[in-house]
Write a protein that binds this ligand. Structure first.
Ligand code: AMP
Ligand code: MG
Length: 374
């Protein structure tokens, strides 16, 4: 992939230094370069043998009691080791006089190989490429890099009540939003996907899902996995050879989550309630994809800002707003009206994960935090 496009993608090859960094002793100031030994032995006046600009082959110098004028970024001749900036010298009649009494050996010199030596790994496989990394990749002479490709991903919404975004829904219909939210979440990690919609129809579902599975190796569905009369997804997937790994997770929201795979297909069938879909995507699908790129999930915690009670014996993903006070991240509950209330997500910064073994949670306790908004 070209360097201009690769930012945020995950490196699939290590980037090594093709030469020392910097590749030569370079001046970091405009001024003169001298031999420190000459200065130390008492010399203050130096004959100027030439002017060294950046981007020019190095001037041949043989007398270490002389100097040359040198510009920032220029290569320093072998026999010199120290740079004195113009501010600290006077130049007259082809000679430079140093006007200060204290200089340090090697000052204002960026030494060859000090940043990295040739052959060293600068960026590892699995690095999520930043714009700074792009500079590093360019500096070793690569105009394109290998990045991970997750293969082909399908996002499938299910449900007869759902209409396209640009349609005017009848009073009993709603607009599809889960699928596009998943697509957007995938885009954040540079995974491209195709969108599909299937009806709650047992007969057509089998063929439609079969066609989708044929062309995609990761399928993320929303809806149709609960106990409703028209929730045909788990059976349809099983009939298509996707082996159930689990159905239902002891959590809220997102309890009906179904997950299955076979030799080369992985299927996440997320419950359709928008908050469930959104939570399950961020809690399970996104970290799974990132792990496939070799990127370890970052664990974050936040402190509960008020006492909180949750009775059912389920892990509870509580929507919270975040406030950082003196570096401490406080999570204030903002529950909303349950897993159908996706409008409440606009008030929340993320979820905190309250474990199932208890039902009382105290102010100041730390819990796993799943952010989705800065
Ligand atoms: P289900 O899991 O199919 O029983 O759906 C649960 C609820 O989520 C229903 O109210 C659906 O209308 C809603 N829902 C399912 N899929 C979507 C979607 N793609 N966009 C918005 N809401 C959805
Ligand atoms: Mg449904």
């Amino acid at each position: 992939m070209g360097l201009a496009e690769c930012v945020s993608h995950v490196l699939a090859e290590a980037i090594t230094a093709d030469r020392d960094l910097p590749p030569f002793n370079r001046a970091t100031m405009d001024g003169i370069c001298i031999s420190y030994a000459a200065f130390k032995s008492g010399r203050r006046e130096f004959i100027i043998d030439g002017v060294q600009a950046a981007g020019q082959p190095v001037i041949e110098c043989s007398d270490s009691s002389h100097c040359i004028e040198i510009m920032t970024g220029a290569m320093i001749p072998e026999i010199f080791d120290t740079v004195i900036r113009y501010e600290d010298i006077t130049i007259a009649d082809g000679r430079a006089t140093i006007n200060i009494e204290e200089i340090a050996a090697s000052q204002s010199v960026h030494r060859k190989g000090i940043d990295a030596t040739k052959g060293i790994v600068l960026l590892d496989v699995g690095t999520v490429i930043t714009s700074a990394d792009v500079a590093i990749i360019a500096s070793v002479g690569k105009s394109s890099v290998k990045v991970f490709d997750m293969g082909t991903v399908a996002v499938v919404s299910t449900g007869d009540e759902l209409v396209a975004i640009d349609q005017t829904p009848e009073p009993w219909q709603i607009r599809r939003s889960n699928d596009i939210a998943i697509l957007a979440g995938l885009k954040e990690i540079n995974v491209t996907a195709k969108l599909f919609h299937v009806r709650d129809n047992k007969e057509t579902l089998h063929d439609e899902l079969s066609a989708i599975l044929e062309k995609h190796n990761i399928v993320i569905l929303s809806g149709g996995v609960s106990k409703g009369k028209f929730d045909y997804i788990p059976d349809a997937l099983t009939n298509l050879g996707i082996v159930k790994q689990f159905h239902q997770v002891q959590q809220r929201p997102g309890k009906p989550f179904w997950f299955g795979r076979n030799r080369n297909k992985t299927v996440f069938a997320l419950p359709g309630n928008p908050v469930s879909t959104y939570l399950c995507f961020n809690k399970y699908v996104r970290p799974w994809l990132l792990k496939g790129f070799g990127v370890a999930a970052k664990s974050r915690t936040a402190l509960l800002a008020t006492d909180f009670q949750f009775k059912p014996n389920l892990t509870y993903f509580l929507q919270v707003t975040i406030e950082t006070v003196n570096g401490v991240v406080w999570a204030k509950p903002c529950e909303g009206e349950g897993s159908g209330d996706f409008a409440n997500l606009r008030n929340a910064n993320g979820f905190i994960e309250l474990p199932s073994e208890r039902n009382q949670f105290s102010k100041g306790e730390a819990f796993n935090f799943i952010p989705f908004r800065q």
